[in-house]
Design a protein around this ligand. Structure first.
Ligand code: MN
Length: 279
């Protein structure tokens, strides 16, 4: 199932080029603040799934082109991220990264950096500085937990989405450099783990202005997807709707105003984003 947020907090299921409104089936008020509807939907998904599927079956669907997709989880409890999680990227960043992803643990981005598939990436005015794209997979937690064994990790994953870890290079604290507003586009929806299936052969790709910049299958991650869940939960209790950014592969490069960035993940989805300068 591909589950999306759209038109200011509605919940929808995407099938082909149509989106089916399941907001009522999920018991979500689109006007709610803070916008926790997707988190509560994920937390209760096992109980809601039947009602969601009935709403889809009874619905007419709206062309995706006629709605505005929002980022699926605007208010996660945590947005965790793995550093340099593909060996080739670790090599290109050598001298910057001190430890490999299998040793370094996770860092965090501000949840405030999350933006959606219809939002531009807004570059802050930092003359002489470089801002990079990092192509990543968002691992969305379904069932929370602490000290999750590797063998159980798959059962704690709700699904996956595309994620760009936009990063200002430099010497400031990493959290600061990665936490500007719009520095974490996530979307265009969450594809549930059962639909994605085995992830080893899933390829992540990122283009800038049509030029392929990053491409690698998930199997090349140093810390695999299940290991990432186990490792993060060894430190902090994971909650439904928490997001773990997978870390990126080789090929990170600069973004400048006017660029158009596209990210795609096999069996998950894809989205194209404008890059603009801060006004
Ligand atoms: Mn990253």
């Amino acid at each position: 199932m591909r589950i999306a947020r759209f038109d200011g907090g509605r919940i929808g299921v995407v099938q082909g080029e149509l989106i089916f409104d399941v907001t009522d089936a999920c018991g979500v008020d689109p006007e709610e603040w803070p916008p926790m509807g997707m988190v509560t939907t994920i937390a209760a998904f096992a109980d809601l799934r039947g009602a969601i599927e009935r709403a889809v079956a009874a619905g007419r669907g709206t062309p995706l082109a006629d709605v505005r997709l929002d980022t699926p989880i605007p208010w996660p409890h945590k947005l965790l991220a793995l550093p340099a999680n593909f060996r080739a990227h670790a090599a290109e960043m050598s001298g910057v990264q001190q430890l490999g992803a299998d040793e370094a643990g996770f860092f965090m981005k501000s949840a405030g950096s999350i933006s959606g598939p219809a939002d531009p990436i807004v570059l802050p005015h930092r003359p002489g500085r470089t801002i990079h794209h990092e192509c990543e997979m968002a691992i969305v937690i379904g069932t929370g937990g602490r000290h999750i064994p590797l063998a159980d990790a798959g059962r704690h994953i709700f699904g996956y989405a595309c994620l760009i870890d936009v990063t200002l290079r430099g010497d400031e604290e990493r959290v600061t450099r990665k936490s500007y507003d719009t520095f974490c586009p996530i979307g265009p929806w969450i594809t549930t783990a059962d639909e994605v299936g085995e992830t080893d052969d899933v390829v992540l790709r990122l283009w800038v202005n049509g030029e392929l910049r990053q491409q690698a299958p998930a199997r090349e991650m140093v810390v695999g997807i299940h290991q990432a869940v186990a490792n993060c939960s060894a430190v902090t209790t994971l909650q439904p709707g928490d997001i773990i950014a997978s870390g990126t592969m080789a090929g990170v490069g600069p973004l400048v105003p006017g660029d158009r960035v596209r990210i795609e993940i096999d069996r998950v989805g894809g989205m194209t984003l404008a890059v603009v300068a801060e006004g």
